[in-house]
Design a protein around this ligand. Structure first.
Ligand SMILES: *[C@@H]1O[C@H](CO)[C@@H](O)[C@H](O)[C@H]1NC(C)=O
Ligand SMILES: *[C@@H]1O[C@H](CO)[C@@H](O)[C@H](O)[C@H]1NC(C)=O
Ligand SMILES: *[C@@H]1O[C@H](CO)[C@@H](O)[C@H](O)[C@H]1NC(C)=O
Length: 404
């Protein structure tokens, strides 16, 4: 073999790291953050890729539920949803070169946090509290390790039509492309809450909410603009609704004087199963824009629509799989259905793309697995399953790639 080929093989075989959160298993008080090393193997379809747990940290409470690696360096933030314990928490952990984690700060918070979003150029972080019916904010120290509480917004809304809507349930915190607004889909209240950011103080100012349709249960959302990222063109918002299992798109308009809130015009409202009927019991979960900015992917839980090979190659018994849905958004903010693809197991609560968009890692909560699928960035379609980590120490609810 010539040197160029050897170099190519060596680089294709170099490991990439991922982190995943696991709820505490039954009869245990501690959840885990699992570090996984993914080795892509030698080539397409040769089954040589591996995904292996290399360490597990248990310093993020009983219900680790969300990881945030957006602030770079060797720091990762983990939210403990804390539904089995009196307190919830926001934790800062340091990543060692071997992938193991060590907690360096912990702050008790309002119950039930499920999402973090850093804002104001990393000066502060906002959290959505599903269990606590609240939004909270914190100032980040200069060394990015510790948090000082800023504000708490608690919501008491009349119950929505569905049993899951007995209270307000903010589920996601999302920064808009201008960095001037934060939005929070609230599953219990059928609204997306909108706040303006004061750049001097990181304090939030409440604006009029976007109203979802009754019983929709807005859960997660993404902003998107056509073309290359960060172009100042039209801005759209795509909301995935957990209870209606529908994707709703809106055109976003900005206040001319910088003083008002955001305007939203609904453009489209589509089901999450393409040309198929939405199966009973389906619970939509995650939404993300691909790194190429050309596709939007969502996940569907609690509806086994595929039968796939066992992740253990030695086991001939096939398994049931829930699904991911691929959409292609157009410049007018409307989406075209592209593909319904297997997630690799049961209850894909979260997934994320690798940096170049050639792989998608899925946390299949009720299968206790992380599954990695090949993705064609040009067609947007998901292809073969490349590797799986099975038997993880608890239900998997979040998975992030450690790539910058
Ligand atoms: C687009 O640019 C204008 C002028 O620079 C600015 O006022 C506006 O906030 C920008 N809008 C978005 C969505 O970035
Ligand atoms: C899952 O779906 C079944 C119907 O197939 C339903 O009875 C059950 O309540 C659903 N579970 C959740 C958590 O929605
Ligand atoms: C094979 O897979 C099936 C389905 O996941 C499982 O129930 C069974 O225990 C597995 N068998 C072995 C020997 O691991």
């Amino acid at each position: 073999m010539n040197n160029l080929l050897l170099a190519a093989l060596a680089s294709s075989a170099s490991a990439v790291r991922l982190f995943a959160t696991n709820y505490a298993p039954p009869n245990s008080a501690l959840g885990s953050i699992t570090t996984l090393d993914f080795a892509p193997g030698l080539g397409y379809g040769d089954n040589s890729a591996t995904l292996k747990p290399v360490s597990a940290n248990q310093e993020c409470g009983s219900a680790p539920t969300w990881l945030d690696r957006t602030q770079g360096g060797d720091l990762i933030y983990c939210v403990d949803e804390g539904w089995q314990t009196p307190k919830a928490s926001l934790n800062t952990l340091r990543i060692s070169p071997d992938g193991s984690l060590k907690r360096i700060a912990q702050l008790d918070t309002v119950q039930g946090p499920v999402s973090t979003q850093f804002y104001n150029k990393g000066a502060a972080v906002a959290m959505a509290h599903y269990g606590g019916s609240a939004i909270t904010t914190y100032k980040l120290s200069a060394d990015k390790t510790t948090f000082t509480p800023l504000e708490v917004f608690t919501f008491s809304t009349p119950p929505g039509p569905r049993p899951e809507q007995e209270a307000s349930h903010p589920h996601h915190a999302v920064l808009d492309p201008t960095g001037r607004f934060l939005i929070f889909p609230d599953l219990g209240s059928d609204v997306v809450r909108v706040y303006g950011i004061d750049p001097k103080t990181s304090l939030l100012k409440e604006h009029e909410s976007l109203k979802a349709k009754p019983a929709y249960g807005p859960r997660h959302a993404v902003f998107w603009s056509p073309g290359r990222k960060n172009t100042n063109t039209t801005t759209f918002l795509f909301v995935v609704n957990e209870l209606s299992n529908r994707l709703t798109s809106y055109r976003v308009t900005y206040p001319r004087d910088g003083a008002g809130g955001l305007g939203f015009t609904e453009l489209q409202d589509v089901g999450l199963y393409g040309d198929r009927t939405t199966p009973p019991g389906s619970r939509a979960a995650e939404i993300a824009v691909s790194p190429d900015n050309e596709f939007i992917v969502t996940s569907n839980r609690n509806a086994t629509v595929f039968t796939i090979a066992n992740p253990d190659p030695k086991n001939a018994t096939k398994i049931g799989s829930d699904s991911l849905t691929v959409f292609k958004p157009a410049a007018d903010g409307r989406v075209r259905f592209v593909q319904l693809a297997p997630s690799g197991g049961s209850f894909p609560r979260h997934f994320s793309f690798n940096r170049d968009g050639t792989l998608v890692a899925v946390g299949n909560q009720n299968s206790f697995t992380v599954d990695i699928w090949r993705r064609n960035p040009r067609s947007g379609k998901l292809g073969e399953r490349v590797a799986s980590a099975v038997g993880l120490p608890g239900q998997v609810n979040n998975v992030v790639w450690d790539e910058k």
